[in-house]
Unconditional design. Structure first.
Length: 428
C-alpha cells in the first residue's frame, strides 16, 4: 500500500513474544500475550519519547536489534510487520500529542488503552524528529538538548579500508559522483521528494492497479537506501516521498482504466536498438516515448538553465523508470537519468520478487559503481574483498546490506560540503 494512503491504526492492547528476532521480520501478533506493554513505549519507561523513536531508527539501519519482549511495542501500527511505517507512526503520535499538550515534550503512556487512528498524508519531512532537538517547554523558559548524529567515526572498523579503496580507486577515479545530478542532488533539489516518469517502451497493457504498484515499488526501493542516511552527518530528510508524475508510452491504448488526473505522454522519437541486447523472444520497439524536456531535471542540469519548471517544482520529473519490451529478463542499467530494465522484470517485481535488481540500479544513481572485475583490478573490488556481501556486486546479495548502507553514508560525507569554482555549495 502506498505510504501516502496508508491508514495506521494504533491500538493499546498487549501481546508477547518468546524469543529475540531482528527488526525486519514479521511476527504473529495473535499467538501470544504480555500485559502492561504499550504501543511505542519500546524502552518501557512509561513515556513515548524521542528515545523510543531512536531505538526503531537504529534497528532499521541494522545498528541494533530488538529483544522479543520489545517487539509488540515497536509494532506501532499493529500490522505484524515492524518497519519504517511504525517509525513514521510513532513520530506522528509524539508530534500530535506535543501539539495538543504544548507544555509537555513527551507523552505519557495512558493507563487505559485507547485506540488512536493516524492517517498518513503527503508530507515532506525536513528531518527526523529524534535527530533534531528534543525540547521541553516550561513557562517561561525553554530548554533544548541536541541529540548527536552518526558520522564516519561511527563506521565499523573493518569497513574503513574497503570503503577508502573503493572511494579512491573506483568512485573518485571514475568520477561517478562528479555530476551534481545524483540522487542525493535530486532529493535536495526536490526538498526531500523524488518525481518519476515511467518510460513504457512496450506494447503490453498496464492496469490501474499495476500503475499504482509501480509507485510503491519505487518508493520502497528508494527508502531502502535512504533509511541509512536518516540521522547521519547532516542529512536532513526522513522518509523520501516518491511520486510518478506521468507515463510516457508508445501507444496510449496500453493504459487501461485511465484516470482523469493521470498524465500520459505519447510523443515518440525513432529508436535504434542495434546496440541493445535482446531477450531473444521479442523485438525491442523502434520507438522511444518521451516526456517534455522542460520538465526534466536532467535536461535542466545538462543545459545549465537552472531549475525553474513550468507549473512549479512539483511538476518536474527527476528520472525515468524505463521499461523496455524485449530487453533481457535479468540485468539492466542505471544512473542519474533513471533505471532501465525489461517490462517483464518490472511487472514481476510488483509482488516484491527480485526487487534487489532494481535497487542495484538505484545504487548507481547515488554514484556507487559496479564490481565486475577481479580483486584489486581497475574495475574490481578491494584487496581482501568486502567485509560482508554487497548488492552492488552482481549475484553477491539479494538485499541492501549494512556495508552498502555505509558505502552510501561514506559517499555522502565525501560530497556534502563540496562547492564549485564560484564558491556555490552543492547542497543548500
Amino acid at each position: 500500500m502506498n505510504l501516502k494512503k496508508k491508514l495506521a491504526v494504533i491500538t493499546m492492547s498487549a501481546v508477547t513474544l518468546l524469543s529475540a528476532v531482528p527488526l525486519d521480520r514479521n511476527y504473529n501478533a495473535e499467538e501470544v500475550q504480555i500485559p502492561s506493554v504499550y504501543k511505542g513505549d519500546i524502552n518501557t519507561d512509561g513515556i513515548l519519547s524521542a528515545e523510543d523513536v531512536t531505538i526503531i531508527g537504529h534497528c532499521l539501519v541494522k545498528k541494533g536489534f530488538l529483544e522479543a519482549e520489545d517487539e509488540y511495542a515497536a509494532d506501532v501500527n499493529s500490522d505484524g510487520d515492524i518497519n519504517v511505517l511504525d517509525l513514521i507512526a510513532l513520530k506522528r503520535i509524539i508530534i500530535n500529542n506535543a501539539a495538543q499538550q504544548p507544555t509537555e515534550a513527551t507523552t505519557e503512556v495512558p493507563t487505559e488503552a485507547p485506540t488512536e487512528t493516524i492517517t498518513e498524508e503527503t508530507t515532506t519531512t525536513t528531518a527526523p524528529i529524534w535527530y533534531e532537538t528534543e525540547t521541553t517547554v516550561t513557562e517561561p523558559e525553554v530548554t533544548t538538548t541536541t541529540v548527536q548524529q552518526l558520522d564516519l567515526s561511527d563506521m565499523p572498523e573493518n569497513y574503513a579500508d574497503p570503503l577508502d579503496w573503493v572511494w579512491t580507486n573506483r568512485i573518485e577515479r571514475e568520477n561517478s559522483t562528479g555530476r551534481w545530478n545524483t540522487i542525493f542532488d535530486q532529493i535536495y533539489g526536490g526538498n526531500g521528494t523524488l518525481n518519476y516518469v515511467v518510460r513504457w517502451q512496450s506494447y503490453k497493457q498496464v492496469t490501474l492497479e499495476q500503475r499504482q504498484q509501480f509507485e510503491d515499488l519505487i518508493e520502497t526501493s528508494v527508502n531502502n537506501w535512504t533509511n541509512y542516511l536518516e540521522g547521519y552527518d547532516g542529512w536532513k530528510y526522513g522518509h523520501i516521498d516518491v511520486k510518478i508524475v506521468g507515463w510516457a508510452v508508445i501507444d496510449d491504448d496500453v493504459i487501461l482504466d485511465r484516470q482523469p488526473d493521470e498524465i500520459i505522454y505519447t510523443d515518440c522519437t525513432p529508436y535504434d536498438s542495434s546496440g541493445d541486447t535482446s531477450n531473444g523472444r521479442e523485438e525491442i520497439p523502434t520507438l522511444l516515448p518521451n516526456a517534455p524536456d522542460e520538465l526534466s531535471r536532467m535536461y535542466h542540469y545538462d543545459t545549465g538553465i537552472g531549475y525553474d519548471y513550468p507549473g512549479g517544482l512539483d511538476k518536474r520529473f527527476d528520472m525515468y523508470l524505463w521499461a523496455t519490451q524485449g530487453f533481457p529478463d535479468i540485468g539492466g542499467c542505471g544512473g542519474d537519468w533513471g533505471q532501465r530494465l525489461s517490462d517483464d522484470a518490472y511487472l514481476n517485481m510488483l509482488d516484491g520478487t527480485n526487487i534487489h535488481v532494481f535497487e542495484h540500479e538505484l545504487g548507481h544513481g547515488f554514484g556507487i559503481t559496479d564490481f565486475y572485475g577481479e580483486e584489486g583490478a581497475i574495475d574490481g573490488f578491494p584487496p581482501g574483498g568486502f567485509p560482508e556481501p554487497t548488492i552492488m556486486m552482481a549475484g553477491n546479495s539479494t538485499e541492501i546490506t549494512n556495508y552498502d548502507g555505509w558505502q552510501l553514508r561514506y559517499i555522502w560525507s565525501k560530497i556534502k560540503d563540496q562547492t564549485d569554482d564560484n564558491g556555490n555549495k552543492r547542497f543548500n
